[in-house]
Each structure stands twice: as C-alpha cells, then as structure tokens.
Design a protein around this ligand. Structure first.
Ligand code: 6CS
Ligand code: FE
Length: 299
C-alpha cells in the first residue's frame, strides 16, 4: 500500500450524517496458489458472510490452561491497577483486560499459535501483527452488553487503520449459550461501511470501552443491514474460534445468567496496513488498545 493510499480517508465517518458506503477492499485477499489452513468451504463462508466459526480447535487441557490464566489475571492487583483493565460501569466487575498478548506469557504464545496466525496470514495474504488483544469476561448476573458496532469504524477513525485488511479471532473460554451474551453477527454486513454521525469526544476510549455511544450505527443503518442478512448468534463450546472481518457488524447482549461468557480476542492486522494518524481530530489512542510503537511481523 503506497503512502497516498494510507493517508487518503476512503472511509470517512463521524463527519456528518449516517450513511452506508460500499466496501472498497477485498475480504479474503488474493492468495495465490496457497493451501488454505481450513476447509475451503469455511473460506468461502467467510468471504460471503464476514465470519466463520471453527469448533474443537483447542483441547480441554488447553482451555483449562487459558481459564487458569484468565483467573490469575483477574486476581492480580497489579493487573487491575495497570490502567489496562476496564470495569463494568455499574457493578465495578472486571469487563475487559487489554494487551494480554504482551502482559501474559500464556496469551502471548496463543496469539502466535499456528492454528490462529497461519489462518490470519492466509486470509490477509500478508505478514501480520497484533493490533489489539483483550480478555472479555462478561461476568454472570451483571455482565453488560457491547452495543452493535463495526470494529473497523473505530480503528479507522480513532487509531488510523487505513484499510479493511484486519480481522478478529475470538477464542471461547466458557460455554457460549444463547442466554449468556454470545457474540451476535450480521452476515454480509462487512460489505457495507456504516459511516456514523456525531463527532469523536475527547478521550473517547475511556467511555467507549465501558459503553460505546459514538461510532455506533443508526437504527436505520442497523435495520437495513439486518434486513439483508439477519442476525446470527455464535453459540459454541469452549475451545472454539470465531473469526470475523474487521468490518463485520457485531455486538452482544448483557448476561443476567449465572454463567460467565469469557473470550480471548486477538486482532490481526496486515503489516502493510499499519496504523497511521487517526482519521479524526483526536490524538492517537494509548498503546494498550492500539499497537503503534514497535510493530513487527508476528513470528
Ligand atoms: O474501541 C475498541 O477498539 C474496542 N471496542 C469494541 C466495542 N470492540 C473493538 C475493541 O475492543
Ligand atoms: Fe468489537
């Protein structure tokens, strides 16, 4: 990608009214004569719907190790006080812990695991790095929702991610039932960019990571996207992986069940799509939610 392509704002948002803009990037980048690391039907599904669900990727023993690390981090006073841990707005329960690909040896290894990184390199047809990582706890009884949004809209406007050449992988650490706030996705929504109304507030991330109110689609945009593709809930067992394009519209309901819905998220960005300056009048967001300083290909 040349410097002009990087700095031209082809996906303007929060600069006027809400509108749907056609996607101007591939979903599955042209992968010349490479063997896909998953069945080609999954790749076709991803290209068409904007996500895929892989079950039984990690063993029970591996999931147990991830759950232990999740509890260790949750119980760590240093981690909680690090400024990289976000709590729920009302209960004060832990909502998310960011930058775990660097702060946790277990999740550092998981981010580079071939079962994940090879698939990201295939879909993006490039070397990759971790743009953002987080543990979402969604605790039982009081876990709050993540309202509908396109991650790319935030990462483009607030982090300066130039093009749609990134994807998220959510590794499930608990059962994702229909009743404990599973990830919901709108099939095909990745093909339209929901440019949002409003303007980015100062230090927006301090509010948006708790409850996002800017950079969210209008009711009309959401109705339009859901009319086309419906809504899918990613119900699955622990050890599954939900892979979704950076622009797939998604969200999750609150969790009033006794069962937590905890997932690990890694965001793989193509090395050729490194963040530049934000496409809004705000300073860059902090390193713990947007890798910017020592970007290098994941080995
Ligand atoms: O602002 C962000 O980067 C985060 N916000 C949400 C709701 N999803 C993506 C990311 O974790
Ligand atoms: Fe998100």
């Amino acid at each position: 990608m040349n410097s002009l392509e990087k700095t031209t704002d082809v996906y303007p948002s929060r600069q006027g009214g809400a509108q749907l803009i056609e996607r101007q990037d591939p979903t599955v980048y042209q992968v010349r004569d490479k063997v896909a690391p998953v069945p080609v039907q999954q790749i076709a599904h991803y290209a068409e719907k904007g996500f895929m669900l892989l079950e039984d990727v990690f063993s029970e023993a591996e999931v147990l190790g991830f759950q232990r690390e999740l509890e260790r981090l949750r119980g760590s006073d240093a981690q909680v006080a690090s400024g990289e841990t976000i709590t729920e707005p009302e209960s004060g329960d832990i909502r998310s812990i960011f930058r775990i690909h660097e702060s946790s040896p277990v999740f550092n290894a998981l981010a580079a695991d071939k079962r994940l990184a090879d698939l990201a390199r295939y879909i993006l047809d490039d070397e990759v790095y971790i743009h953002q990582s987080r543990l979402n706890y969604k605790p039982g009884f009081r876990g709050k929702e993540f309202y509908w949004h396109s991650d790319f809209e935030t990462w483009h406007v607030e982090d300066g991610m130039p093009r749609m050449r990134a994807l998220s992988m959510s590794i499930t650490l608990t059962e994702n039932y229909e009743y404990n706030g599973p990830l919901m996705l709108i099939p095909g929504s990745h093909l339209q960019y929901a440019a949002c109304e409003g303007e980015t507030p100062d230090n927006h991330y301090q509010a948006s990571l708790k409850k996002q109110e800017y950079g969210v689609p209008s009711d009309a945009q959401l109705e339009e996207m859901a009319k086309g593709g419906g809504i899918v809930s990613a119900k699955c067992k622990p050890g599954s992986v939900i892979i979704f394009d950076c622009n797939t519209m998604h969200g999750s309901n609150g969790n009033i069940s006794p069962k937590p819905r905890s997932n690990v998220f890694f965001v793989y960005n193509a090395i050729s799509n490194q963040v530049v300056s934000p496409f809004c009048d705000q300073p860059p967001r902090p390193e713990f939610i947007c890798s910017r300083e020592n970007i290098k290909p994941l080995s």
